[in-house]
Write a new protein. Structure first.
Length: 160
């Protein structure tokens, strides 16, 4: 089972393309959770905690665009029979490693110790479907909120 949950908390409605590209460096903040079978990574507080974090201005926990760009890049790399490893920003001592061995093999690794904290296998097609559905939802959100940002060098990475 593969599920992605996310919500954008950044106010993108009034930002210019130049500000987004050069000052924000393409960051789209909010909450993001990647669920693989029974494993969860990212930050997805319960509704009460999420509301409280938003209210006190502490809701910029995960860079949603970072997750989508790197997961998509990872899929493209593993299809070429290579390994891919993405640094997890909010858990800076951890990475998510992806390999293709009949199925998509995902490992959550402590980069300081090299210790494999968990690993899960899922069908590549299932992972891709969930990823691309969520990328499409993300792009539709950007289009509705501030369509100028679709021309961003950062968002264009999702369109390649």
């Amino acid at each position: 089972m593969v599920k992605m949950h996310w919500v954008i908390t950044s106010d993108l409605s009034k930002i210019t393309l130049d500000e987004f590209d050069n000052e924000w460096n393409g960051a789209v903040y909010g909450f993001f959770e990647l669920c693989i079978n029974n494993r969860k990574e990212g930050i997805w507080p319960d509704k009460t905690e999420m509301d409280a974090l938003i209210e006190i201005g502490m809701a910029d926990m995960e860079d949603i665009l970072y997750w989508f760009v790197h997961l998509k890049e990872g899929i493209n790399v593993v299809k070429k029979n290579k390994e891919y490893e993405m640094q997890l920003l909010t858990m800076n001592r951890y990475s998510l490693k992806m390999e293709l061995k009949h199925e998509l093999y995902l490992k959550f690794i402590n980069i300081e110790t090299g210790e494999n904290n968990w690993d899960e296998r899922v069908e590549l097609e299932e992972f891709e479907n969930e990823l691309y559905v969520n990328i499409e939802k993300f792009l539709n959100y950007i289009k509705r909120t501030n369509s100028r940002l679709l021309k961003s060098k950062w968002i264009e990475e999702l369109l390649l």
